[in-house]
Design a protein around this ligand. Structure first.
Ligand code: BGC
Ligand code: BGC
Length: 630
């Protein structure tokens, strides 16, 4: 009797299973998704919506969700053809007309394309808004992270996150590849300025403030008058893990020296230095994590199953999704198919391909069919991606994609916030009584200004501004430092010559020399010398000869090596890469705002003393120690 019951229930369950799979096959092939499918219903719980949608998806649709292509290589129709889950803008990847309305139109068009697909899964568009919405011309450009590290003001960083989300919302974009929570241990690294500093707890504190502000602060960010916002923006903690700790000479990419290299890390270093910023980011509910190009102890992070799957996902319970970096999986193995298998099996959920969707999708399809990637790994990846899309509200929001008014971009509130951030980031390293510059004290005397950084928007913004590498000159709207000084010192006359070629000068006069590194990004900025451009060194020398008082202002993404002439200036000011509102630097120089910035890293005397661990371990003595600032 018992046996018969068992048999009946077994037969019944087989029949049910057959029926269910027949249903899903029918729904797939017959292109019919009922209008009342649970995943389309906002009142159904997110996890149920995810499971419902997943159960309707073909392998092709699943792989599509895992694929992210750069907009530059996207042809019309690709989004629906490949059923793409995501598209990104690489550095400088903007529509041909770089205006808010052109961005809006582009995003609307992309979303429109997903509506012609069977399941109508909305597209998730990602971008690097690493110091404001920096690919958009005339956006508010905030200081790069290293300057925010000097300010060390979590509430300020929170507000910057919210303001950036608001400017992005005006263009219809809600996924930011920021913040970079690298613990920067070597200023020779071309991405040092993307780090908040050398101290892990500082990075953790500011990284999580940014994530909170960006993901939750949009309503405050829109104070200046937006539309009702339905979509929740998401941040990315990057680059997991060890990007800031690579050793000089270990990079295998192009002619890079340290970027994308190898980080040596024992248990202690992982626990004390590398993990805390990510643990804090997870506490702040960061929804995506981007994997680092670099390796840990010789193993490429893109293949590091233990750190990605065991630690991040299992031990820490991360239930958002993991995205790879730009072509990052290609570096895992010279054989593309092996590289893809290793990376996906290590736990990468979405792949920043970024050029050839066809090749990636075909490779994936083969790997799954040949069981080299298990189906439950694919389902896990897609589940995570869909979960985040549902949480964001992307499925439940009608057109248009842009949820904020264009006027939020460069709004007076955002400009004031950027100026505040700049003033707080400025570090006065030395001051022999020449600062602050005061209009009345200057009196009838002329103020001389020199240096190529003094009146150059591109230099003060640095890399990741309008283009990937950034460039010199009037690349976007803003106020230069010279502009800021002119605005604040109305009563004095100001004479500017970049090369400090002044004919006649008052010997008692003061000269402000603003020198700057030329813009760079990523490994192209790796530098063995950390020296200022020769023309800037000459300007300092000339000014030193001509004037009694010289104030040196340095625009750089990192500490640079100062020669004796530079060190002998009466004041030395680190202004980092302040972004579009140079008036914040002038605020501190003129005493309108008291300087409060402190060094977020040790400032070496020479490159031989590097990496920064040598200071941390007390093996070397810096020119200016971490925390310095008057
Ligand atoms: C960088 C990432 C960035 C991505 C997309 C990569 O080269 O390492 O930080 O998010 O490109 O632009
Ligand atoms: C960057 C992209 C950039 C591309 C240009 C990548 O490494 O991350 O943002 O557009 O290189 O080749």
């Amino acid at each position: 009797m018992k046996k018969i019951k068992k048999l009946i229930s077994f037969v019944a369950s087989v029949l049910v299973a057959l029926f269910l799979s027949a249903c899903s096959v029918t729904s797939r092939s017959e292109n019919t998704v009922p209008v009342n499918a649970p995943y389309k219903n906002p009142s159904v719980s997110i996890e149920k919506r995810v499971e419902d949608l997943l159960s309707r998806m073909s392998l092709e649709e699943k792989i599509g969700q895992m694929t992210q292509i750069e907009r530059g290589s996207l042809r019309t129709g690709d989004i629906s053809r490949y059923k793409l889950g995501s598209v990104l803008s690489g550095g400088g990847g903007s529509p041909s007309q770089n205006t808010v309305s052109a961005w809006q139109q582009m995003l609307d068009q992309y979303q429109e394309e997903t509506r012609s697909t069977r399941l109508q899964i909305p597209l998730l568009y990602g971008i690097d808004a690493v110091h404001g919405h920096n690919n958009l011309k005339d956006a508010t450009i905030f200081p790069h992270n290293i300057g925010l590290g000097a300010a060390d003001d979590p509430d300020l960083v929170r507000r910057i996150g919210a303001a950036t989300a608001a400017e992005m919302a005006a263009t219809g974009i809600y996924w930011n590849f920021a913040p970079c929570i690298a613990v920067g241990r070597d200023p020779r690294w071309g991405r040092f300025y993307e780090s908040f500093g050398q101290d892990s707890s500082l990075v953790a504190r500011l990284g999580s403030a940014y994530i909170q502000g960006f993901q939750e602060g949009l309503q405050d960010g829109l104070k200046a008058g937006g539309r009702a916002v339905h979509i929740k923006p998401i941040a990315t903690a990057k680059h997991f893990i060890g990007d800031g700790g690579t050793r000089w000479g270990t990079s295998r990419t192009d002619n890079y020296k340290i970027d994308q290299g190898d980080t040596t890390a024992d248990e202690q270093y992982l626990k004390d230095v590398l993990f805390p910023p990510y643990q804090k980011a997870l506490e702040s509910n960061v929804r995506t994590v981007m994997v680092s190009f670099s390796s840990i102890n010789g193993l490429k992070m893109h293949a590091h199953k233990e750190l990605i799957t065991t630690v991040l996902k299992k031990q820490w319970g991360f239930n958002g999704f993991v995205v790879s970096d730009w072509g990052g999986i290609d570096q895992v193995d010279p054989d593309y198919s092996k590289a893809v298998a290793k990376a996906i099996n290590a736990g990468i959920d979405m792949v920043m391909v970024p050029y050839d969707a066809n090749r990636f999708i075909n490779t994936m399809t083969q790997l799954v069919t040949q069981k080299q990637i298990p189906m439950d790994r694919i389902d896990d990846a897609v589940r995570r991606i869909l979960r985040v899309k549902f949480e964001m509200g992307l499925f439940d929001t009608a057109q248009p994609a842009a949820q904020a008014k264009p006027s939020i971009v460069r709004s007076p509130e955002h400009l004031a916030l950027a100026r505040e951030a700049v003033a707080k980031s400025v570090v006065v390293l030395k001051n022999n009584g020449v600062l602050p510059l005061n209009g009345e004290q200057l009196g009838k005397k002329t103020l001389y200004v020199a240096g190529f950084g003094a009146d150059n928007m591109g230099i003060q913004c640095g890399g990741w501004t309008i283009s990937w590498q950034g460039s010199q000159g009037p690349i976007t709207q803003g106020t230069t430092i010279l502009g800021g000084l002119k605005e604040l010192l109305l009563s004095s006359s100001i004479i500017y010559d970049a090369a400090a070629n002044f004919d006649k000068t008052d010997p008692e006069a003061t000269c402000v020399v603003v020198v700057g590194e030329l813009p760079y990004a990523e490994g192209k900025g790796d530098s063995s010398e950390l020296s200022l451009p020769p023309r800037e060194l000459e300007a300092i020398q000339k000014a030193r000869k001509l004037f009694k008082h010289v104030i040196l202002v340095i625009l750089s993404g990192r500490p640079v090596i100062l020669d004796q002439t530079a060190r002998s200036c009466d004041a030395i000011v680190a202004a980092w890469l302040p972004g579009s509102e140079g008036s914040g630097v002038a605020d501190v120089l003129t005493g309108k705002v008291l300087s409060t910035g402190k060094l977020p890293c040790d400032w070496p005397e020479s490159v031989e003393q590097l990496p920064l661990d040598n200071f941390i371990q007390g093996k070397e003595k810096p020119l200016f120690p971490i925390g310095a600032g008057q």
